[in-house]
Design a binder for this molecule. Structure first.
Ligand code: ARG
Length: 293
């Protein structure tokens, strides 16, 4: 029997894309927002004069945590520190690949102490740690895409940290300039949907073109001609700030257009509501740091 006369089976109704979607095994680090509040303003989403509801933030965070467990994603947790209300955004705690952790050096004084707190956790968990010498906010700005690392700059991470990253991990680092203050970290403007693309294959990514400088936009078009271009209305609810295991994509429930685009490409969007944490300027991915042994 040739492949073309295969009888209709489980995948008969699926798009050609979805046949290829495969969940990979992931491990992430999260931090419970026990001390979450908005007491300072370091991005345009934050309004310290408006009250926050920490209990609600915790409940929403727990629903994200449970969602991950239900998808078979392993979750480790780091103890929150009382004086660090933004510590819930674990993505900024560092960048971890091949069992090596490159620590964060925060752009703003308010978050500075998170760097060493995450570093201690990496050390105790058995990772080889590299102290950062240049300002960088970890996986907030660095996203692994196949063999390359996409690296944002313009608001938080310094370009010099890109060189440090390339030296430590021996990977190609692709600098991408962010230009819209609402999308101040790369993970608010771009998502990598295939954590482990087949050898030689280009991973599927999704992004908001307007968040990037023209040169970076051209670079993205050249490298990812099949990327999902997301509408601003989905990006402003931090829809791109999502986490994919290669098949299921955990996203902000309100990013409905993006959810449809994901379905068309054979992914399964899994919506969660994190609007309380959005008041700090973060969503699903911000609360999630990938651990790659
Ligand atoms: N309030 C935090 C900040 O401005 C939010 C961080 C969001 N994290 C992220 N990975 N985008 O630094």
């Amino acid at each position: 029997m040739t492949l073309t006369d295969a009888t209709p089976g489980r995948d008969a109704a699926a798009t050609p894309d979805s046949a290829a979607r495969r969940a990979t095994s992931r491990t992430v680090l999260m931090c419970r927002p026990d001390h979450f509040t908005v007491s300072y303003r370091i991005n345009p989403w934050m309004h310290p004069q408006e009250p926050t509801d920490t209990g609600r933030a915790v409940r929403q965070w727990e629903s994200l945590y449970e969602t991950y467990l239900a998808l078979g994603i392993a979750v480790e947790v780091i103890d929150p520190v009382e004086s660090l209300p933004d510590m819930v955004y674990a993505a900024n705690g560092g960048f971890v690949l091949d069992g090596v952790a490159y620590g964060a050096l925060f752009a703003h004084e308010e978050r500075a102490a998170e760097g060493p707190a995450y570093m201690r956790w990496f050390e105790q968990a058995g990772y080889t740690v590299h102290q950062p010498h240049h300002v960088n906010e970890g996986e907030g700005d660095f996203l692994l895409a196949g063999q390359s690392i996409l690296a944002g700059y313009g608001f938080r991470s310094d370009r010099a940290s890109h060189r440090e990253l390339a030296d430590i991990f021996g990977r190609e680092v692709v600098g991408l300039e962010l230009v819209d203050p609402r999308f101040y970290h790369l993970d608010t403007a771009l998502a990598v949907l295939d954590p482990e693309p087949a050898e030689g294959a280009v991973p599927t990514i999704a992004y908001l073109p307007a968040a990037f400088s023209e040169q970076s936009r051209l670079e993205l078009e050249r490298r990812y001609p099949d990327a999902i271009r997301v509408a601003e209305s989905d990006a402003v609810v931090l829809g791109l700030n999502c986490f994919s295991d290669g098949a299921s994509v955990v996203i902000a429930e309100r990013a409905r257009g993006f959810a449809r685009q994901l379905t068309e490409r054979g992914y399964t969007p899994v919506g969660v509501e994190l609007d309380e944490l959005l008041r700090g300027g973060g969503g699903v991915k911000c609360c999630t740091l990938e651990l790659r042994r």
